[in-house]
Design a binder for this molecule. Structure first.
Ligand code: ASP
Ligand code: MG
Length: 439
């Protein structure tokens, strides 16, 4: 059994950081599977390059490609100590950047964009594997494009991934370090694709499940998941342990450290996920597993840019099928609903994606009176909130006693209570929750 370790963009953000990652992953001497993000900033630059190409501005694209190339050539000088590896890596970069330049000549569509964006992880993994080899480590690079696949619904094809990765691992026995690219994959038609922004965490979890890892470690630059948003509240603390369900709620509702999709594959495979800090490798971090600590509120997270929509209609009274009609409108605009509260004559819902807000509102008006509140924020309190526990929801609502609350959602799962408030009240709300719940 091996460990999977995933390092995010800042953890491989410079030659110096790459060296510390290399030291970290070889320390135990045990076989380890490494998933890497692109160096921080690279994916954004590749998207910018694509934007120029969409706008038919090859000069703009070329300028960015050239400056990105210079940056990587600079990294080569800092990262490697031997002429052999400098030469080898320069040669590799030359090929990859020439490949990027080929896109400035032809028709440009989202297929080409996917291939361009995939380069970020291809560059970072090659840089690191060459460094490990130069250091004499038995390391090998496995291309994610050979085993990471999505199906026709653009969901990861766990069966395909397991079969192909197992076969590839069998052909590559005896290495200490296996490295692959996070984020990138092929779709059901074999074209280069990706798992959406921030998707490297997802790769790590899928790989962990495929190789039946003993643990999946997500390395970032903070010491685990905190009990409140450290950007908003002073003196937050790292949470030592979370249940998979608690971690999903927190990841979904705003805790930036872990991508929400990452939890599912690990949870189904029963593999613990550990969040660790590259800047402080000895810190314990956060462990996410199947254990549920009873009678404990773990953490608070908040998600901004939320829009609330209320539809009020006396026709809803006792009428069956009313909610279905309402939900179908959201579905037809591919807009997902986060929070929902109902009364006998009205229903309120929140959405994050408001790109079809006006169409949705127009259609809802057929069924009742519609009101919209923008610039709202969901505050989510996570822990053992099983309904049979008494006093916990009261504690959370008590912390909100001076804050205007637009919606409250409790009882949807056993793990959370959520409040919808105005964005401008977020700071006050989070501070008050921290002092009531954790101090
Ligand atoms: N490099 C990709 C991104 O910036 C994936 C990741 O880092 O997780 O979104
Ligand atoms: Mg990330």
């Amino acid at each position: 059994m091996m460990k999977v370790m995933k390092f995010g963009g800042t953890s491989v953000g410079s030659p110096e950081r790459m060296k510390s990652v290399a030291a970290l992953i070889t320390k135990s001497g045990e076989p380890t599977f490494i998933v890497l993000s692109a160096m921080s900033g690279t994916t954004n630059t590749l998207i910018e390059i694509s934007d120029y190409l969409y706008r038919k501005n090859p000069e703009g694209a070329n300028e960015l490609i050239n400056s990105l190339e210079q940056k990587y050539l600079g990294h080569v000088e800092e990262l490697y100590s031997t002429e052999e590896y400098k030469q080898k890596t320069r040669q590799f970069l030359n090929e990859e950047f020439n490949y990027l330049r080929t896109f400035t000549k032809d028709l440009f569509t989202s297929f080409e964009e996917k291939s361009i964006v995939a380069q970020g992880e291809i560059l970072s993994t090659n840089m690191v594997v060459n460094y490990l080899k130069e250091q004499g480590v038995k390391a090998t690079l496995l291309s994610a494009l050979d085993f990471m696949r999505t199906d026709k619904n653009a969901e990861p094809d766990a069966q395909y991934i397991k079969e192909h990765l197992t076969a590839i691992m069998d052909e590559n026995k005896g290495y200490q370090i296996y490295i692959t690219q996070g984020f990138i994959c092929r779709n059901a038609y074999g074209e280069v694709d990706n798992l959406q922004r921030g998707g490297s965490d997802y790769t790590a979890s899928l790989v962990g499940a495929a190789v039946n890892a003993e643990e999946i470690q997500i390395w970032t630059d903070i010491d685990g998941m905190h009990n409140n948003d450290p950007r908003v509240v002073e003196k937050t603390e790292a949470v030592r342990q979370l249940n998979f369900e608690e971690a999903s709620e927190l990841a979904y509702f705003g805790a930036k450290i872990l991508h929400p999709t990452c939890v599912q594959p690990a949870k189904y495979a029963g593999i613990p996920v550990r969040l660790k800090n590259t800047m402080d490798p000895d810190a314990e971090g956060t462990i996410i597993n199947n254990t549920l600590v009873r009678r404990k509120i773990k953490a608070v997270a908040a998600k901004d840019n939320i829009t609330a929509i209320k539809i009020k209609s006396s026709r809803m009274l006792g009428a069956s099928g009313f909610l279905r009609k309402v939900f179908e409108i959201f579905e037809s605009y591919q807009t997902s609903i986060d929070m929902i509260t109902t009364s006998e004559v009205g229903v309120s819902m929140t959405i994050e994606n408001d790109s079809h807000l006006s169409e949705i509102v127009d259609e809802l008006k057929k069924y009742g009176t519609v009101t919209v509140d923008t610039d709202m924020c969901i505050v989510c309190v996570v822990g053992d909130l099983d309904w049979s526990n008494v006093g916990f929801e009261t504690l959370a609502t008590d912390a909100m006693k001076d804050i205007p609350v637009r919606m409250i959602s409790y009882g949807g799962s056993n793990y959370n209570i959520s409040f919808l408030i105005r964005e401008e009240d977020k700071k006050r709300a989070l501070q008050s929750l921290s002092s009531v719940l954790f101090n």
